[in-house]
Design a protein around this ligand. Sequence first.
Ligand code: AHG
Ligand code: MN
Ligand code: MN
Length: 339
Amino acid sequence: MSTDPLNHSQFEEGTTLDRFLLETLRGHPEATGQFVTLINQVTLAAKLVSARVNRAGLANMFGATGTMNIQGEFVQKMDLYANETFKRAIEHAGVVCMMVSEEEEEIIQIPPPFSPGHYVFCMDPLDGSSNIDTNASIGTIFCIFRRKSEGGPGKPEDALRCGRDLVAAGYIVYGAGTVLVLSTGRGVHGFTLDPTVGEFFLSHHDIRLDPTARTYSCNEAYSATWDQRLGSWLATTKDPATGWSARYIGSLVGDFHRNLVKGGVFLYPPSQKAPKGKLRLLYEAFPLAFLAEQAGGAATDGHGPILDRTLTSLHERTPLYIGNAETVQEITRLLTTPA
Ligand code: AHG
Ligand code: MN
Ligand code: MN
């Protein structure tokens, strides 16, 4: 199998996301149309948010709303717009029984007259909020479970799940271009939006994480209060002989996308400022861990695989070490060996 993410020999130029889904899901009789409908609604919302992000400075979309969310963070205007846009695009389609969003404390029920569907949709509607006004890459991160409860409105147990229950995960990165990256459990594939026709076209077929890359991504300003065992690993990156280089955008989705397509590792360890880590398990760590593993990489919380975790509260935070498997496993070994 080619490792060149741009070589999609089995799909000629111009394969849309919709066609790719229909062709790859054809072999799965249990796949109802609901999943394709859900992804189509995600892409509709992604196009709307992309258009708004691209005009943020002109559409009065910079800055904060003046309110604070469950995370204790000031909600940016774009956070709210993205949250509402994804909710509205998905709730009427009759394909999800509930949603969970970083921007809402409680589970989001499907309002009447819309009917609940098979899936649970969990999202960080706008990741990288601190970068909205800087024109740096920001994005939307999501993951999808099949509902656990039988019929009717979704229940908390539909979201309080083990990461291994995920059926799909993805993100949209609103950068120089708008790229949607998705996995349904059969590899990781990227689709680039052509705004002139309003379609996502296959641009990165079967993305594989480069195991040899030596790029690390973390906010080193907090490293003085990290677990001291990480300090020894961080020191090795400063040895010119190791060939390490640093890149940090401050948007998880941008840092992860770079590492996915070019190789590298991202770390957000616990620190004095974020004793449990800053990133959220359900709609940041789970989806990216699903993608990392599907691309041949790994993701742990410093003890074990992120996807082995079971969510105990909707917005719980976790440490995150994610990227090429060898480095993630080396860091995890360090953190599980007595100091
Ligand atoms: P969000 O904007 O959804 O709250 O996420 C921000 C996160 C993540 O995108 C990024 O990796 C991290 O915050 C950056 O944190 P620091 O500013 O502490 O480095
Ligand atoms: Mn985020
Ligand atoms: Mn966010």
